[in-house]
Design a binder for this molecule. Structure first.
Ligand SMILES: Nc1ncnc2c1ncn2[C@@H]1O[C@H](COP(=O)(O)OP(=O)(O)OP(=O)(O)O)[C@@H](O)[C@H]1O
Length: 720
């Protein structure tokens, strides 16, 4: 066992270290190394500082000193790196305390806000109303606000003062005060902000060693993590998880668990850390007992890159990273069940049905209806026999069917698949269904009984799924069969508000029982409050599910980032709208470093935007199925392509009536209202996904009549 001294870095200190020159950063790394080897090394000049008996200083370089918190016999935390002339200046400015709610160590900056608002004398008749006067001290403390900051909080009267205080307040204090300031009710803040980070045990405010171990104390763990902090480029997410995120990552679950949450709340980050956490507990080996899957190819490629950044090659080597359709295809190929057929895209299905009906002179059926019935009910639920189809539930399918009709449809679908076979093609949905069947048969307890086959072990020990909202029932059945039911078997992250493929499932009915193991992240790390508020407004009036038959909302979804309000602007014609796009790019200085993207509803519009940019000599780069073709340029793509991406600035164009949502769906309005509702919801989600890709700035344009998803408040907003 390693009994050497430990020295970890608190997340506040890393920000100071990042501001140092490269050489000084290196010196900090060296220092930490030396310290761990022997803290008593006289060259380190370790000494206790007055003021706080736990606080010590040590020499990093001639000019810099490390401030250390001595938390147990040979256990230290690096809490700050200061110039030697400043070490003694600020001793009373910072308090290093254990938060009584989270049990984590916090750095509390006691410097007054503005021109010393504490104790400021204002004539009573002019005194503005303090911001948090509606809450008692006890209530604020119950929410987890840092106690030493109460006098300052009491004196806050303007947003500017609040922002100044929150810039340097501990995480939970910031979260809580922002939520209250935003008008969230006390009980909701308690439930949504405080409860997820509350310590699971009573907190001893003097036990620093225990506090350092809690998820609420954000510290680096080992040398490698430290090197990542010090090295360039640096990604904070690799090291410092939000306490809520960390809890979800490290928790032991008794079965499948699901993490939901709005865009940018770190679901993917949590999925990646979860994989790393699970991998750390694997017995040594060279196999791949963990599956990490997501919806499409470019997201899978991105997961691979980020997992390697997080845990290195060794970790990635233990993880099978593959997008869900490719995984299904692999299963089918392995069983040689593909028969050399070519896979065609699922959006071809209605066209193929129409051709089939013409060729076989079948009348009385609507190709669209049959395509949807086959896709969603028969393939979607992995139905294998006519009897199963007779018994199947057909949620969201509009009109009901008699037994005779079902019998006829079943026959038609059988003939249709034979017809496809004859053409040497099949669809991704068919592949998924076949793969699910194969996996279920392979691992069924009675499989191969009495034969040479016997019972096969499931493929994986753990399955982690990102973008879970877009997987189909067949995908889930396949995954369920790939991992034995038990502790930590499946971990899913996803947001149903971002569902952009027509896959509605109830996980419980597919053997994936997440009841009681479902959590939600609510703090956006990506988008500003301004963008988030408008994006949420686009979702007005829609109801979303929780993947398990219940409803889910985005209550508590918030951001601590702030920026300009998004721009909403209409043009008379599409040609004029393209001028607006160019104008907007120019006003941003036309950066072509890949930080700006333009998103439109259709391929044609994307091509026309690209042509317009080229005419302006702006380098336009298409976002294809595998992501942007190059990392530089201005990225241009259709809404579907933006899933999982992130840009500093975004323009969403063509947000016009008839395009968003697509005109074509109006045919279902009376004929199949449920389908109409579903398709409309999907187009709304596409717009929501697009809007929440923007980090700092967002501009939404339309021509003619604006999309009905844009509320009048947004459409009429004056330009800045
Ligand atoms: N703990 C963290 N520290 C720093 N950055 C973080 C943290 N968690 C998330 N982020 C950053 O926030 C952004 C969004 O994270 P991520 O992509 O995981 O969110 P998501 O919930 O999966 O989003 P979406 O649903 O929109 O795909 C990323 O840039 C990520 O690096």
């Amino acid at each position: 066992m390693n009994t050497g001294p430990t020295l970890r870095m608190l997340d506040r200190a890393d920000k100071e270290v990042m501001a140092l020159t490269r050489a000084d950063k290196g010196a900090v790394y060296e220092f930490m190394h030396k310290f761990r080897h022997n803290p008593d090394n006289p060259g380190l000049k370790l000494k206790t500082l007055a003021g706080d008996t736990r606080l010590m200083s040590a020499r990093v370089t001639r000019d810099y000193r490390a401030l250390l918190l001595h938390i147990a016999a040979r256990d230290y935390l690096l809490v700050a790196v200061r110039h030697r002339s400043e070490v003694y200046d600020d001793l009373s400015r910072y308090a290093y305390r254990i938060n009584r709610v989270t049990g984590g160590i916090e750095v509390v900056d006691l410097e007054p806000v503005g021109d010393s608002i504490v104790g400021r004398v204002v004539p009573p008749e002019e005194s503005p109303r303090p911001l948090f006067t509606d809450y008692t001290d006890a209530q604020l403390l119950e929410l987890g606000v840092a106690e030493p900051l109460l006098p300052q909080i009491r004196a806050l009267t303007t947003e500017a003062e609040l922002l100044e205080l929150l810039d340097r307040a501990p995480q939970l204090t910031t979260d809580v005060l922002f939520a209250l300031y935003d008008g969230t009710r006390y009980e909701q803040v308690l439930e949504q902000v405080t409860k997820p980070v509350r310590a699971d045990e009573p907190v001893d405010p003097e036990d620093y060693a225990r506090a350092a171990e809690r998820p609420a104390t954000q510290v680096t763990s080992d040398d490698e993590a430290l090197q990542a902090v010090l090295g360039d480029p640096f990604n904070r997410w690799q090291i410092f998880l939000h306490p809520t995120q960390r809890k979800l990552v490290e928790r032991a679950y008794t079965g499948p668990a699901r993490v939901g949450g709005g865009p940018g709340t770190g679901k993917t980050i949590v999925a990646l850390h979860r994989v790393a956490h699970l991998a750390r507990h694997l017995p040594p080996g060279s196999d791949k007992p963990i599956l990490l899957t997501t919806f499409n190819r470019n997201l899978a490629a991105d997961l691979r890159t980020r997992l390697t950044a997080l845990g290195g090659q060794e970790l990635t080597a233990r993880v099978d990273i593959v997008n869900i359709d490719r995984l299904a295809n692999r299963v089918v190929a392995e069983a040689k069940a593909g028969g050399g057929r070519r896979v065609v895209d699922d959006n071809q299905v209605p066209v193929l049905w129409a051709e089939f009906l013409v060729e076989t002179a079948e009348t009385g059926w609507d190709a669209e209806f049959l395509a949807a019935e086959w896709t969603q009910v028969i393939l979607g639920q992995v139905l294998n026999s006519r009897t199963e189809y007779f018994k199947a539930r057909r949620p969201n399918r509009g009109r009901s069917l008699t037994r005779v009709e079902r019998d006829r449809i079943w026959q038609l679908t059988e003939r249709f698949t034979t017809w496809l076979d004859g053409r040497g093609i099949w669809t991704w949905r068919q592949v998924a269904q076949r793969a699910a069947r194969l996996e279920m048969d392979r691992t069924a307890p009675h499989a191969g009984e009495g034969s040479s086959g016997g019972f096969h072990r499931p493929r994986y020990r753990h399955v982690v799924v990102d973008e879970a909202q877009d997987l189909s029932a067949a995908h889930w059945k396949m995954l369920r069969a790939m991992v034995a039911a038990g502790p930590d078997d499946m971990f899913l992250t996803g947001d149903t508000h971002q569902r952009i493929y027509d896959n509605h499932v109830t996980l419980g009915s597919l053997g994936v029982n997440i009841r009681g193991r479902s959590s939600r992240l609510t703090l956006s790390y990506r988008t500003t409050r301004q963008i988030l508020a408008d994006a949420l407004e686009l979702m007005t009036g829609e109801v979303y599910d929780d993947l398990d038959g219940g409803a889910e909302d985005l209550a508590g979804y918030r951001s601590l980032l702030r920026g300009a309000r998004p721009i909403f602007r209409g043009a008379g014609t599409w040609a004029e709208e393209r001028e607006l796009i160019v104008e907007q790019l120019n006003s941003w200085g036309s950066p072509t470093d890949g930080s700006v993207a333009i998103c439109v509803p259709t391929r044609e519009l994307a091509n026309e935007v690209t042509a317009r940019l080229v005419a302006e000599d702006i380098s336009a780069v298409e976002i294809g199925a595998d992501g942007p073709r190059r990392s530089d340029g201005v990225h241009v793509g259709t809404m579907h392509r933006f899933k999982g991406l992130e840009y500093q600035r975004m323009i969403i164009g063509g947000v016009s009536d008839g395009l968003v949502p697509r005109q074509a769906m109006s045919q279902y309005r009376d004929r199949d209202p449920k389908r109409y509702q579903r398709e409309r919801q999907r187009d709304r989600s596409l717009l929501f996904v697009a809007a929440t890709r923007a980090r700092d700035e967002l501009a939404v344009f339309w021509h003619g009549t604006p999309s009905p998803f844009l509320t009048s408040r947004l459409v009429q907003r004056p330009l800045p």
